[in-house]
Design a protein around this ligand. Structure first.
Ligand SMILES: C[S@@+](CC[C@H](N)C(=O)[O-])C[C@H]1O[C@@H](n2cnc3c(N)ncnc32)[C@H](O)[C@@H]1O
Length: 208
């Protein structure tokens, strides 16, 4: 993180999540990288996003930041790990975002869709990387026509591009991420912009 830019950005957001960043680092919780977060928040602000569905809450870091954007009125965020979910609930209260952020303790592939809305402006996919395509297909019907889908970690620390010396497990995961990127790149009626920022972001919009 560029501390100089973080300080300037803080002048607008007034949200200091250093304590969450430290917790994540200490406890090896993967949270969105700062540069990717700034792109995500920029899109939310420019596109005046109201409703967000997030897959993968972890400790609530990205949800709290997204909720700090003035246009955002509601975020549903799904987490399957009990202790992460409980930490997120605590943090959402700590940052007084409980009116905007609704955490769901569930596996995103099993959650009852009746418990979610059907008019999201933004889908943020940031959970198990091998399941991104399933998340995309499952939650697409809950999005508005003019919505945006953002997927994090599409480069997976450079491993998708350079696959030498990877363990069998990482190799498998990286293969899945590559397949997902290919799926996005070739998806009919959609356009995806792949950005080399943070751990790699894919921004998908519907063609008009
Ligand atoms: C990269 S972290 C999310 C980080 C968070 N979005 C942030 O930037 O602050 C991914 C989280 O997704 C959760 N997860 C993975 N697969 C999931 C699934 N199928 N349903 C719900 N949560 C899932 C993991 O338990 C983990 O906490």
């Amino acid at each position: 993180m560029n501390k100089y830019l973080a300080k300037l950005n803080y002048l607008h957001t007034k949200i200091n999540t250093e304590v969450l960043e430290k917790y994540a680092q200490k406890n090896h919780v993967p949270i969105i990288e700062y540069d990717s977060l700034t792109v995500l928040l920029t899109i939310i602000k420019i596109c005046k996003i109201h409703k967000i569905l997030e897959i993968g809450t972890a400790i609530g870091y990205s949800a709290i930041h997204m909720a700090s954007c003035k246009t955002v009125s509601k975020i549903d965020t799904i987490e399957r790990n009990k202790s992460m979910y409980e930490e997120a609930v605590k943090n959402i209260e700590l940052y007084k975002m409980q009116d905007k952020v609704k955490p769901h303790f569930a596996d995103a592939l099993d959650i009852e869709l009746e418990n979610l809305d059907h008019d999201y402006d933004l889908l943020f996919i940031d959970a198990a990387k091998v399941q991104s395509e399933k998340f995309f297909k499952r939650f697409l019907p809950l999005l508005k026509e003019e919505s945006i889908i953002i997927t994090d970690n599409i480069l997976f620390h450079g491993c998708v591009e350079n696959r030498e010396n990877l363990s069998k497990n990482v190799s498998k995961m990286v293969e899945k991420i590559d397949q997902y990127n290919d799926f996005l790149a070739n998806l009919e009626n959609f356009e995806t912009i792949f950005i080399n920022i943070g751990d790699g972001l894919a921004i998908t919009i519907r063609n008009k």
